[in-house]
Design a protein around this ligand. Sequence first.
Ligand code: NAP
Ligand code: ZN
Ligand code: ZN
Length: 351
Amino acid sequence: MNTTVVKAYGSESPEADLKPLKINRREVTPTDVEIDILYCGVCHSDLHFAKNDWGMTQYPVVPGHEIVGKVTKIGQNVDNYKIGDLVAVGCLVDSCRTCNNCKNDLEQYCPEWVGTYGGFDKHLQTNTHGGYSETIVVDKDFVLKVPENLDLAGIAPVLCAGITTWSPLRHWNVGKDSKVAVVGLGGLGHMAIKLAHALGAHVTLFSRSTNKIEDAKSLGADQVVISTDDAQMQSVAGAFDVIIDTVPYVHDLNPYIGTLNTNGTLVVVGYLGPLDPMLVTVPMIMGRKSVAGSLIGGIAETQELLDFCGKHNITSDVEVINIQEINTAYERMLKSDVKYRFVIDMKSIKN
Ligand code: NAP
Ligand code: ZN
Ligand code: ZN
């Protein structure tokens, strides 16, 4: 298969900084769309992957799964996009299309789903490479339409931070009578607040940081509870129907279970791995409370969210950076020093 060499940024080992790399993009197949990447968001998962936090990274890795760009080429069977269209690509670029999950618009739970980076590209027989690059070639069924009225840099994080919080809000039927809490005010957390607020819910932020209170309120939170303050935690005992927990590292879930109402659910989206300390089952049994997990969202659901954002004028609060600043951005993200998502202006890769 013919390929084109394009500029990218990635890393070659867990210890290494990200640096300029060259990668191959496939020629468009009859069902492919080639996209010139304009903006790419910086997700904490990019950092986990670059540092091999999940023990599954194959190097070199080119992260980036919050992609917004312009169509530059289409295959002969592409009927849903034309050259010049503004489009987006999120965390998925392929799946089996025949399993029950695929048939039910839950491609993210397909056993053969292909991640935008770190997946297996059946065409090139190599790892997939993500959006920290000049271009990407993606099957038309995994390309999304971008609302025309929104800021392009601000849309990019909708593709992961947005859909990862939207999917559980929708699955657990959040609406105007719901009491929702969000743990952690970062990329996912700030989108969770905006989206839950737009769905009409009463929204609470749990944060470790007293200096995020005003920001949280301007994003749509009705109240902020400092999670390290026992009295404040006690004041919201039994309060919430749904909690979206976005914290990226191991932490104690037990104090949050106490803040769930009867039948309430704590949805873990941030941390992958064994819990420490263990969950105490007593309050779960005594109140029919659940702890659940949730992974990104399917293609149809992501398009639903993009359309919702267009209708309600919702974008992410972003700090736009050049690709050359990516290593500093990772260091700042580790310190929770970002308001509230870095987005790379991909023009900078041409420098
Ligand atoms: P982020 O921007 O770094 O935000 C994480 C927030 O969690 C921080 O702002 C901080 O908020 C809080 N936090 C950080 N370290 C903490 C600690 N040790 N203890 C308690 N709170 C802490 O990260 P993100 O991009 O939102 O991603 C969050 C996590 O979701 C990552 O692990 C990422 O890999 C994962 N993720 C999962 C999915 C999925 O499909 N399930 C999709 C995308 C991302 P405060 O300062 O307010 O406490
Ligand atoms: Zn992500
Ligand atoms: Zn499937």
